[in-house]
Structure formats: structure tokens, C-alpha cells
Write a protein of this length. Structure first.
Length: 425
């Protein structure tokens, strides 16, 4: 038998054949409880005793007594077989400091998920761009249409290249394609603004969306240029040819033909000038068509002066050429910085950081109008008439340059007067 005291000492008594009790002697029988001195001397504090079966021998069940004691401190990993300072696969203290936190891991996974969603959205919009077809770049070489693995390749059914579509499709369809591109640009720009509100992990997403927006803007610009160019070409086709006077006897009938032709040319000139142009190249085409119309008007006016001379009426063959210079001169005189300043004040508040920015804006606007007026007269080969002395054209250009020089001074005086009035009040 065994007994456990409250102090953790084990006592044993009973049969002790072959020292089965675990005492320090082998007396065959122990009549009274005796402490197990070995455990007591070692200071082992027993918590509890357990009796477990350990099998049968010769038909008898054997039992074993287990003493539950306090375990010693576990050995460190370096004292274990193998001598590793820590378990294999466990990070060191320095590595644990560099490891990503749960918040950082969450941000990474959110960024990956956002990238997946944005890429799926961009892919859908790209398929829509390919379905529009207009605004795509012109093909090199044989002009074949390259197949796109993400597109519907609808060109395979009509065998039309991008150039053929721009030349022959209806203008309303091009305008509809421009509106579709504008919608895609707005939608992508809204996504960019939404993603910019996030703090981290959005650089790649912003790059993808920015590239897509630039692509859509380039296609929309190309569509606008195509629309403007085709409308200018339509105006050009509607211009009548130059009237040539062959019958100088019937002056009144010929003069009427010239006046009617000039009215149609002036109407065509007005349409060409009112045509909106999106870029420099379309603007150059617009100016070229306007120059051709002005030349026709000048030829007709010159023939009308000849008809007057044949009829012994007062005439001046140099007058039509001088009329062009006169119109340019009047246009320059109508460009007033003071008038632009008044229009700016009536137009409502515009955000300018300082008076210097306002000065720069108005001067640039005025100079741009002046350059537009005299631009045609800078090309001496086309715009200058041989009957007019070159001095007249040089004086026109000199007047324009002087007006541009006076713009800054004139506006500075206006601003100074405005400041003085405010100071008085």
C-alpha cells in the first residue's frame, strides 16, 4: 500500500518481496508505513499517485504505481540533439521584427484583390474600345487588320481598314464614337480619383488606368480631327470655281456673275472660319482653304475692276489687293486689351493667384488673336500680291508687333488704376 501526505512524501507498507515497495531495504514484509527516503532526500514533491494496469502474468493482473511530481525546466533547443539554437523554420528575433504585420499583410491582399478587379474592368472597357473601331491607328505595310485576342475582330466581316472607316463612314457615327470615348475617359478618371484616396499599394493600378485614359484621349482626339477634316473637305467641295470673264462687251451680265460668285464664296468663307478645329494640323487645313477662297475673291474683284475700266468707269486694279490689307488692319484695330479686360470682368470670377497671372493670361490671349490675324500674311509666296508694294505688308506686320508690345504696358496701367481706386475707397 502507498500513502501520500500533504507535504508530498510517499509512505509504503505491506508485502515487499524482491523490493516491490521501492523502499531502501528488502524486508519481505513491512508492517508499518515507512517513508521513501530516496525521494525525500532529493526534495521530490509528489503531487498525486496513480495506479495503472500493466498487463497480466500467469493469470494475475499486474499494476504499477505512478507518482506525479513537478517536472524540471525544459532543456533549451541548443541542449537538444542537433544543437540548433531554435526550431527549424522559426524566425529569429531580428527576422520577426522585419516580418510583415497582420495589417501589412491585409493591405497587400486588398491591393492584389483591387488590382484584379481593376484589370477585369479595364479589360471589359478595352473590349468596348475595340468594338467601337474608330480612332484606332492606321496599319503599316499591306494595310491588313491585325487580330486582337481580346477583341471581336468584326473587321473580318467587312474587310475595312481604319483609314477606310475614317474616310467613308457617316459623320454621325464618328460623333457617336467620340461620345463613347468621352464616356470611357470619364469613367476611368472617376476610378483614378477613387483609388487615389487610398493610401498604399495603388501605384500599379494608377499606372494601368492612366495608360488606358491616355489611349482613349488619343483615340478621341483622332476622331475629332477626322470629323473636323472631313467637314472642312465638304466645305471645300462646295466652293465654286473661279469665274473667268471672256465677254467684255456685256459688262453687266459678267459683273452680276462675279457678284453672285463672291456672295457664295463669302458664305463658304464664313462656314470655314466657324468650323471648330481640334489641333494644329486641322487649323493649317482651315487656313489653307480660307486663303484659297480669299484668292478667288481677289481675282473676281480684279476682273470687276477691269470691267469698269472697259466701260470707262472709275477703276483701280490694285484696290482688291489693298482691300485684303485693309481688312487685316481693321481686325488688328478691333483687338483691344481694354475690351478684353472688360469682358473678363463681366464674365464672372476666374481664379488667378495674382495680378501677374491675370496679366499673363490677357496678354497671351491678345497676342494669340493678333497672330491669328496676320498669320496668313507671313507666307509671302501665297498671300502677297505682286501689284501691292511689299512695304504695305511690312507695315501691317510691324503694326501687329507694336500692338503686341503695347499690350503688357496697357494692361499694367489698367491694373494700377484699379488698385488706386480700391485704395481710395
Amino acid at each position: 500500500s502507498y500513502a501520500l501526505t500533504a507535504h508530498g512524501v510517499v509512505y509504503a507498507w505491506g508485502e515487499n518481496k524482491e523490493g516491490t515497495l521501492g523502499l531502501e531495504h528488502d524486508s519481505p514484509k513491512v508492517p508499518r508505513p515507512e517513508p521513501m527516503m530516496r525521494m525525500r532526500e532529493q526534495g521530490t514533491h509528489v503531487k498525486k499517485l496513480l495506479v495503472k494496469d500493466c498487463g497480466t502474468t500467469n493469470g494475475k493482473t499486474s499494476k504499477v504505481v505512478i507518482a506525479c511530481v513537478e517536472m524540471a525546466e525544459p532543456r533549451s533547443f541548443k541542449d537538444l540533439p542537433g544543437g540548433f539554437a531554435r526550431p527549424l523554420g522559426e524566425l529569429s528575433a531580428e527576422a520577426r521584427e522585419k516580418a510583415l504585420s497582420k495589417e501589412q499583410e491585409r493591405e497587400i491582399f486588398e491591393g492584389v484583390d483591387l488590382m484584379r478587379k481593376v484589370m477585369d474592368k479595364v479589360l471589359d472597357m478595352w473590349k468596348h474600345v475595340l468594338s467601337i473601331r474608330h480612332g484606332s491607328p492606321y496599319e503599316d505595310g499591306d494595310g491588313g487588320q491585325d487580330e486582337d485576342q481580346f477583341g471581336d475582330n468584326s473587321s473580318a466581316t467587312d474587310n475595312c481598314t481604319a483609314l477606310q472607316l475614317d474616310r467613308f463612314v457617316e459623320l454621325e457615327e464618328l460623333r457617336s464614337a467620340e461620345m463613347e470615348m468621352a464616356f470611357l475617359i470619364d469613367e476611368s478618371s472617376n476610378q483614378i480619383r477613387e483609388i487615389k484616396s487610398k493610401e498604399k499599394g495603388t501605384k500599379n493600378i494608377l499606372c494601368v488606368l492612366s495608360v488606358f485614359v491616355d489611349m482613349c484621349r488619343l483615340r478621341r482626339e483622332k476622331i475629332r480631327s477626322t470629323i473636323s477634316t472631313r467637314e472642312l473637305l465638304d466645305h471645300k467641295r462646295g466652293i465654286d470655281g473661279t469665274i473667268v470673264v471672256n465677254d467684255f462687251v456685256n459688262n453687266k451680265a459678267e459683273a452680276k456673275k462675279l457678284r453672285d460668285a463672291n456672295e457664295r464664296l463669302i458664305s463658304a468663307m464664313s462656314k470655314v472660319r466657324k468650323q471648330e478645329v481640334p489641333n494644329f494640323f486641322a487649323k493649317a487645313l482651315q487656313d489653307s482653304i480660307a486663303e484659297c477662297i480669299e484668292c478667288k475673291l481677289q481675282v473676281h474683284a480684279t476682273q470687276m475692276e477691269h470691267l469698269k475700266s472697259v466701260s470707262n468707269e472709275p477703276s483701280d486694279t490694285i484696290k482688291p489687293a489693298l482691300q485684303v490689307i485693309k481688312e487685316r488692319w481693321i481686325s488688328l484695330r478691333n483687338v483691344s486689351v481694354y475690351r478684353m479686360y472688360q469682358e473678363f470682368q463681366r464674365g464672372g470670377p476666374k481664379k488667378f493667384g495674382s495680378d501677374e497671372e491675370l496679366l499673363t493670361f490677357l496678354c497671351q490671349s491678345s497676342d494669340s488673336k493678333i497672330d491669328h490675324i496676320i498669320q496668313v500674311d507671313r507666307d509671302r509666296l501665297i498671300s502677297r500680291d505682286l501689284l501691292v508694294p511689299a512695304l504695305c505688308y511690312d507695315l501691317l506686320l510691324e503694326n501687329a508687333e507694336l500692338r503686341k508690345m503695347c499690350n503688357a504696358y496697357q494692361l499694367r496701367v489698367l491694373l494700377m488704376r484699379s488698385d488706386q481706386k480700391k485704395g481710395r475707397h
